[in-house]
Write a protein that binds this ligand. Structure first.
Ligand SMILES: Nc1ncnc2c1ncn2[C@@H]1O[C@H](COP(=O)(O)OP(=O)(O)O)[C@@H](O)[C@H]1O
Ligand SMILES: CC(=O)N[C@@H](CCC(=O)OP(=O)(O)O)C(=O)O
Length: 302
């Protein structure tokens, strides 16, 4: 067989290997939280968007929930303010709220454009639309941090309508309280709340590290999978810090409230989503139910 033909056959094998995963996740909802450093350059963004578009085109039902924290901080700086965070949450006064809503709306529409350039229909909304995200004011250790929302209710009707009509929903993390006041929501919290409400098959957090380490300074302590109770223990014992702390807490909350699998993936790796979904071993850290039998065997082989 000549070299060209061998190459072509290899490609065919890769496609065939994906078949059981395509069968398994057909028509299933996958929520992708996209933000943080994984959003930092346009090439990375285009790779992530290509992956999500591919998932859509092969019959999955992805929903993107995006952040844009770094871009918000840049614009907050431009008006002469210092970005301030308490336990990973942005202290959000009236002016910051206005900036956050403008920036997130711009990020939202640029993601919509990128998806549509790939031939997939997308609709960008925020948690305000269709009262998707209803919030209460969130306090951090009892401290008032301004217009920061704690999601208390998700109304997924609009999402279901969009999915039904074959649109890819792209959601900005902004919500309304009972008085229709606008609130800024941490994008991890928004993604988790949405994934729970729609009983997503998967929730994937794209972040700026390979996944969870037991000891962040020891590269050999990488954890490729863990059960929710093991994650609780790592948190309790102080192994998890920084922005990973609320992220992992969101993971365990999602797993315990109707989401089948949660993954923390390195958004800096090109096509990390495809690698996680279409390969047996996956990449990143998977957080599982305590009674999970690790039954990852694709349907056609089981
Ligand atoms: N045990 C741990 N394993 C992995 N990451 C950790 C751990 N403890 C702290 N972290 C930190 O959490 C960061 C990810 O959180 P964050 O920066 O908030 O992500 P994002 O901006 O993508 O939402 C990592 O870059 C890492 O520095
Ligand atoms: C309350 C709060 O902190 N909201 C976040 C919303 C954006 C976000 O979470 O963006 P990343 O996922 O890119 O960090 C913020 O203002 O930065």
């Amino acid at each position: 067989m000549d070299k060209d033909m061998t190459e072509v056959l290899k490609k065919a094998e890769v496609l065939i290997e994906a078949l059981p995963y395509i069968q398994r996740f057909n028509r299933k909802v996958i929520v992708v939280k996209y933000g943080g450093s994984a959003m930092s350059n346009e090439e990375l963004q285009r790779n992530v968007i290509k992956d999500v578009a591919l998932l859509k085109l092969v019959g999955f039902k992805p929903i993107i929930v995006h952040g844009g924290g770094k871009e918000i901080s840049r614009w907050v700086g431009k008006v002469g303010k210092e970005a301030e965070f308490v336990n990973g949450l942005r202290v959000t006064d009236e002016e910051t709220m206005e900036i956050a809503e403008m920036v997130l709306s711009k990020v939202n529409k640029s993601l919509v454009t990128m998806v549509q350039e790939l031939g997939v229909k997308a609709v960008g909304i925020s948690g305000k639309d269709g009262c998707l995200l209803k919030v209460d004011r969130k306090y951090s250790d009892g401290k008032d941090i301004g217009f920061v929302g704690d999601v208390k209710e998700v109304n997924p009707d609009l999402l279901y309508d969009l999915l039904e009509k074959d649109f890819l929903p792209i959601v900005a993390p902004i919500g309304l309280d009972d008085n229709f006041q606008t609130y800024n929501i941490n994008a991890d919290d928004a993604a988790c709340a949405i994934a729970k409400a729609v009983h997503a098959e998967k929730l994937a957090f794209l972040t700026d590290i390979e996944g969870i380490y037991k000891d962040i300074n020891d590269k050999d302590s990488f954890l490729s999978r863990m059960k929710a109770s093991e994650a609780d223990k790592l948190i309790e014992e102080g192994f998890i810090g920084g922005g990973m702390l609320p992220k992992l807490a969101n993971c365990t909350s999602a797993i315990r409230n109707g989401v089948n699998r949660v993954h923390i993936l390195d958004g800096r790796i090109p096509h990390c989503l495809l690698l996680e979904i279409f390969t047996y071993h996956g990449v990143g850290t998977a957080i599982l139910h305590d009674d999970d039998q690790l039954n990852d065997v694709p349907v056609s082989e089981s």
